[in-house]
Design a protein around this ligand. Structure first.
Ligand SMILES: Cc1cc2nc3c(=O)[nH]c(=O)nc-3n(C[C@H](O)[C@H](O)[C@H](O)COP(=O)(O)OP(=O)(O)OC[C@H]3O[C@@H](n4cnc5c(N)ncnc54)[C@H](O)[C@@H]3O)c2cc1C
Length: 476
């Protein structure tokens, strides 16, 4: 008798009980199976549409634990998933009936304030990282929802409020400790295994399990000038035309994303607007001179007739969590995404049309601004290969009732199709859903072939396949 478990190819087999017990006793962390305390928590991820039951979950606490588990998976040819923060929309962080490496106990963050660097565990969230770095008045570009994992975000590229000025998250990555498919623990940096370092900066979880990251930090805050400027959806055409003309000449410390959705009951918004369709400009000026920031954002605040304006100095860590209440776990989610070089009239019209027929009050259209420092790094310098995209549309289909699945998915796909003519054809790998296999090449762009060669070198048997998968040449 043994444990029934899924192999790499999805077929079920058995691993002898003695082998499983040997793994259990070799771990400093714990090995969970269905029914163990903590099992359901470890298999539950952000997107409630994903409900998978691994046969075994290794809750690793160290690189040695990860290496042991990777060797076990390889030896028994098991289906292997790796969970960082568990946020990825595609749900690859969990496998059905296979082995899951759960890094959620590896959340350590050590800041060196003199060197302005931080070492961050493979299971840390953005909130863990920001909290420790801000204790020293430091930060690096991360995403906008604090419960997201640093690992998955970084491995796909990573961008947020600081990226126009300071680049992608990977542009601030100095080194990483990686457990490769062979079970070795190696360092990846510009000096050590530089090809692996290139590949993990945008190539996702294809090349190994990152047990820790070393980042460059920058002085930020403690306050940033930030907040939401809210307009009725009826004014969106004029406001977005102004936005597109105004933003290019502003300093790179300023970033403005926008969202179209039904207004939540925000305390600073008059109750008559709650539940109505709005356009929200989310503004963040991260320069140290907030008075200068006031001058820079003044035209945005003055334009049109906003129904609310909550821009003010906010602690950076508070601003980094400001969207958390709208992005809580446990909802059903279906996203579609495109990159854009410009905010064209046609794009604005398509967004407004679809914002007028939102299928659920939790569904939203999110539009992120990149540009600046992101585009100054050549496309071939890292695996993230489409830095000419200035904006990223993320169609956030989001709802609770499974009976609404079809309506919400259809709406998201319709908007995706309507905006496609204005898009670059590229897509951010971290925003791909699970049914977009045909877009994986577009996500890696011209870097795909080099990535495929490196996959051959570091993971020829495709042990790390539960991701936006780069096929080793043998499988290509
Ligand atoms: C609400 C929300 C907001 C977001 N906002 C932003 C944003 O502002 N900016 C942005 O850039 N992205 C954003 N994202 C996308 C986010 O970057 C991805 O979902 C990312 O994959 C999440 O990382 P994770 O560790 O939480 O995910 P997980 O689901 O745990 O991991 C995703 C994949 O990464 C790999 N992986 C995870 N950890 C490791 C590891 N330690 N070593 C090797 N491989 C690993 C695995 O293949 C795994 O399947 C957002 C996502 C959500 C859901």
């Amino acid at each position: 008798m043994g444990v029934t478990i899924s192999g790499c190819d999805g077929s079920r087999g058995e691993v002898a009980t003695e082998a499983v017990e040997q793994l259990r006793s070799g771990l400093r962390g714990s090995l969970l199976s269905p029914g163990s305390p903590g099992y359901d928590e470890a298999r539950t991820i952000w997107n409630a549409m994903i409900d998978r039951r691994p046969a075994l979950i290794a809750r690793c606490t160290s690189p040695a634990d990860v290496a042991l588990t990777v060797r076990f998976a390889r030896e028994h040819d098991l289906l292997l998933a790796v969970r960082g923060g568990g946020h990825n929309i595609a749900g690859n962080a969990v496998c059905e009936a296979g082995l899951l490496i759960d890094l959620s106990e590896m959340k350590g963050v050590q800041v060196d304030p003199n060197a302005r660097t931080a070492r961050v565990g493979g299971g840390a969230t953005l909130a863990d990282f920001d909290r420790e770095a801000q204790a020293f008045g430091l930060a690096t570009p991360l995403g906008v929802n604090s419960t997201t994992g640093v690992a998955g975000l970084t491995l796909g590229g990573g961008f947020g409020w600081l990226s126009r000025k300071l680049g992608l998250t990977i542009d601030n990555l100095l080194s990483a400790e990686v457990v490769t498919a062979s079970g070795e623990v190696v360092r990846a940096s510009n000096q050590d295994n530089p090809d692996l370092f290139w590949a993990i900066r945008g190539g996702g979880g294809n090349f190994g399990v990152v047990t820790s990251f070393e980042f460059r930090l920058h002085p930020i805050g403690p306050e940033v000038l930030s907040g939401l400027i809210v307009h009725p959806l009826d004014a969106a055409r004029d406001v977005l035309r102004f936005y597109r003309d105004f933003m290019p000449d502003t300093p790179e410390e300023l970033v403005c994303w926008f969202v179209m959705r039904k207004a939540p009951p925000l305390p600073f918004l008059a109750s008559e607007w709650h539940g109505k369709e709005i356009l929200g400009l989310a503004v963040c000026y991260s320069g140290s001179n907030l008075a200068e920031g006031e001058r820079v954002i003044a035209p945005l605040r003055k334009f049109g007739k906003p129904v609310a304006d909550a821009t003010a100095p906010h602690p950076f860590t508070a601003w980094q969590t400001v969207l958390d209440p709208l992005l809580t776990p446990g909802f059903r989610n279906y996203w579609k995404s495109h990159d854009f070089r410009e905010v064209s009239d046609g794009l604005i019209d398509a967004l407004i049309e679809h914002a007028g027929k939102l299928p659920d009050p939790n569904t939203e259209i999110a539009f992120a601004q990149l540009g600046g420092a992101v585009g100054r790094v050549p496309n071939e310098a890292t695996a993230y290969g489409h830095r000419d995209g200035q904006f990223v549309l993320n169609v956030h289909g989001r709802w609770q009732d499974p009976a609404k699945d079809a309506a919400c998915i259809v709406w998201a796909r319709d908007l995706f199709t309507a905006t496609a003519p204005f898009a670059t054809g590229n897509v951010y790998v971290n925003f791909l859903t699970q049914d977009e296999g045909e877009r994986v090449r577009a996500a890696y762009g011209k870097n795909y072939d080099r990535l495929s060669q490196l996959k051959n070198k570091y993971d020829p048997r495709n042990l790390f396949r539960l991701n936006q998968n780069i096929r080793p040449l043998a499988y290509a």
